[in-house]
Design a protein around this ligand. Sequence first.
Ligand SMILES: *Cc1c(COP(=O)(O)O)cnc(C)c1O
Length: 385
Amino acid sequence: MEPISLVHASLGERELAAVAEVFASGWPAGQGPKGKALEAQLAQKYGVGDAVAVSNCGAALHLAVLALGVGPGDEVIVADYGFPAPAQAVRYVDAVPVFADVRPDTYTIDPQAVADLITERTVGVIAVDTVGLPADYTELQEICDRHGLFLVEDAACAVGATYQGRQAGALAEIGCLSFHGRKGASSGEGGALLARDPKIGKDVRLRSSFGIGSIFDMGNVVGLPVPTFTEIGYNFKLSDIAAAILQVQLGRIDELTERRTAFARQYSELLADEELLTLPTVPQDRTHAWQTYMVTLDASVDRAAVAAELRGQGIGCGHGTFAAHVQPVFETTQKCPVSADLFQRQLSVPMHAELKPNQVERVVTALRSAVRTHSSSTRVLGGAA
Ligand SMILES: *Cc1c(COP(=O)(O)O)cnc(C)c1O
């Protein structure tokens, strides 16, 4: 039977045509005409002070903590459940990631857990829009304001989502986006940092480019300006090839998000009666970008056996995402029981805009059969039937 992949980026003829334009222009590197146009498009779409195109979301998070002045010994509270890039970014600057547990229903950072973790060394919070669902920014902002902390939104998975009528990515003073091939809008690898304060944007753009301005611009002015290096920067620039692809992808976000939302709805309807599964919930005040559709298996179900059975039928699946505090690299003794439990029991199933309704039906049938076969619960009468 035809395989059904977990992920499939929606890249086509229009993106190819945009790349061809870059080839013809002779400027494939970063901060050229396409990069600048993408940044203007992002700043306008999100209504922010500045948008900086960067090589990936990990780089955006790194530049965010640098711009916010996070340094050795500072504590930054990070969402525990999700790809552990925020905690890594905190470590890049020798600061201390402090892991906050998540809500059991939305899997996003629990504002009460954040409030409980604040110490005199806490300088800020990095919330994650877990697999595309925005966190509780009203409550988080209130806590951060009360304690004088910064708030960063890791919206890597959330391009296309909304919270209280506002776009994910623009829900905090800094938002970090990912355009990795597994996210809703993609250029293969790519990212952006959205900043309300243009001063932050300026700082980030300089640090993303070895601490000097655009090489493209330098070649296009009259005279011979020789740049001065005044601080250590990095090369985190996004190429103009990727920027051209993203200009097309940005125009398609609504359509691609609608398609994934329809498949999420189909999964949720077809699986609603399956008692061995808990399905994702979306609070009334926000919408999901559906970067991933994760089900939570009953504790009686052998997840590895279910995954092997699905993969045996050509159906892509995965463990969902990560609990950060259990990763050996972070050497923490903290406990985040909700996140740890989700990390054991969640399973991601195929979710992308190129799915077909009959493929979703096939996944549902296979998943339902597999969880029943591999449950040790006596509640499931009929078992493997
Ligand atoms: C994917 C992801 C990242 C990393 O994005 P890259 O663009 O691959 O660096 C960061 N944070 C979260 C929550 C992610 O899901």
